[in-house]
Write a protein that binds this ligand. Structure first.
Ligand SMILES: Nc1nc2c(c(=O)[nH]1)N[C@H]1C(S)=C(S)[C@@H](COP(=O)(O)OP(=O)(O)OC[C@H]3O[C@@H](n4cnc5c(N)ncnc54)[C@H](O)[C@@H]3O)O[C@H]1N2
Ligand code: MOO
Length: 405
């Protein structure tokens, strides 16, 4: 029997081989969800200028310091400023200027009196409450100062970062593109959902599941319909797909079966390692580089749970490396096991589980075909190779499958 390679060694080999994609300028919306490839420095302060936080009157605060309901103060209104208007640059003492939220505060104005504290007068305003010095003025640079580092290279851009970048006038940002991942299921028994099923065929669930998983981690999936176990058809389909692939993921055809064409076919296309990884599920694996562009390819086992677990353990870190993420592997968290479990010696076992409030409950059996149980799980308990049994209440490490990181 050939020796199994450890999960760590296989993953290290994968990550040593994968190179991040090239960097280019992208529009903010295209870059959302991607790590930035630059430190973003504020080119301007925010707010850019002192402006009003309220609709009301800009005043010199000293002119109205004694205002009260019993002793209101009256000031002439000498003008009006809406947002986007700066035609009044200075306020003379003893006067007021009507000002709207966001409008630039004229020099000499040291507070804004909201409409609610006034009679809303047009030519003259009656003020019955005194603002504190500076009240309702949003100061230039109080949020962001010019030169502040807004986002450091490697941080993943989310909607709030996109908002900040737009606020300081950035239209584009340098980032690596979303990796394009071609997903190919192999198996003569496979049919596309929505088409009739023979008594000996099954629906292709892997390509949909893997494509959805690619999308969930920020890649662009290109799902190829099921490819039969015929060497020529598989090789041609793969060649056709290579033009649009930063990464290829196949499922099926990598174990010992008489019709396992993936292994056989890839020998002529590039350099792909095939072998066993000491894990369950997901033992039969393949990884290498194919075609003129030396495109990385994963050949995942066909059993649906094996395929999915292999994606989480190997493909996801590879996609994140292509994207230029800082953290590549899905983090694990410590949880308390609600039920005991046993595990094969010498293999890392990934046990489907339901995780809630730091407790993990194994879900269903070990069979790699049990996709119903997989769908009921939101975590994988990672049992190391040397651990063969775990008692209820044990502390375990779990990957949370829907966690963003
Ligand atoms: N003699 C041996 N047989 C098997 C071994 C072994 O070591 N020696 N390993 C087993 C393990 S472990 C796994 S995992 C599977 C992997 O097999 P393949 O990658 O060659 O996959 P297939 O044989 O093509 O399919 C396995 C199973 O999964 C179903 N399948 C395949 N593709 C899909 C899909 N896209 N959607 C849904 N289901 C799919 C397929 O119908 C089979 O039932 O090999 C074991 N055998
Ligand atoms: O390794 Mo297979 O992936 O157990 O079912």
């Amino acid at each position: 029997m050939t020796e199994l390679i450890s999960v760590r060694d296989h993953l290290d080999r994968v990550l040593d081989t994968i190179r991040p994609l090239g960097i280019y300028e992208q529009t903010l919306l295209d870059a959302c969800g991607l790590p930035t490839a630059e430190d973003v420095v504020a080119p301007m302060p925010l707010p850019a200028f002192d402006n009003s936080a309220m609709d009301g009157y800009a005043v010199n605060q000293l002119d109205v310091v004694d205002a009260s309901p019993d002793h209101p103060i009256h000031l002439p209104v000498v003008g009006e400023l809406g947002a986007g208007q700066s035609r009044i640059l200075a306020l003379s003492p003893g006067t007021a200027v009507k000002i709207m939220t966001g409008a630039p505060v004229p020099s000499g104005a040291t507070a804004v009196v909201p409409y609610e504290w006034t009679d809303r007068g047009v030519a003259q305003v009656q003020i019955s409450k005194a603002p504190k010095p500076g009240q309702h003025i949003r100061r230039a640079g109080e949020d962001i100062e010019k030169g502040d580092v807004l986002i450091s290279a490697g941080s993943v851009l989310g909607p709030r970062h996109v908002g900040l970048l737009a606020a300081v006038g950035r239209a584009t940002i340098s980032a690596r593109p979303k990796p394009r991942v071609v997903i190919m299921s192999t198996g003569t028994e496979l049919r596309d959902p929505g088409t009739p099923l023979g008594h000996d065929s099954i629906y292709d669930s892997n390509s949909y599941m893997l494509a959805a998983a690619v999308r969930a981690v920020g890649g662009i999936p290109y799902r190829v319909g099921p490819v039969p176990d015929e060497r020529k058809v598989f090789t041609e389909a793969l060649r056709d797909q290579l033009v649009r692939a930063d990464l290829v993921v196949t499922s099926g055809g990598v174990s010992e079966g008489d019709y396992d064409v993936v292994k056989e076919s890839l020998k002529s296309v590039g350099h792909v390692w095939f072998g066993g990884v000491a894990m369950q599920p997901g033992k039969p694996q393949g990884f290498g580089l194919i075609g003129d562009e030396r495109t990385p390819i994963f050949t995942l086992p066909g059993n649906p749970v094996s395929s999915y677990v292999s994606f989480q353990v190997f493909v996801l870190p590879a996609i994140r490396k292509l994207m230029g993420c800082r953290v590549l592997e899905r983090p694990t968290h410590t949880a308390r096991l609600t039920h005991g479990l046993s595990s094969p010696e010498g293999k890392t076992q990934f046990v489907r589980a339901s995780y809630d409030s730091r407790t993990a409950t194994p879900v269903g059996g070990n069979g790699s075909h049990l996709i119903g149980d997989l769908a009921d799980s939101n975590a994988l308990i990672v049992v190391p190779p040397e651990q063969t049994s775990l008692a209820p209440g044990s502390s375990v490490e779990v990957m949370l499958l829907d966690e963003e990181f």
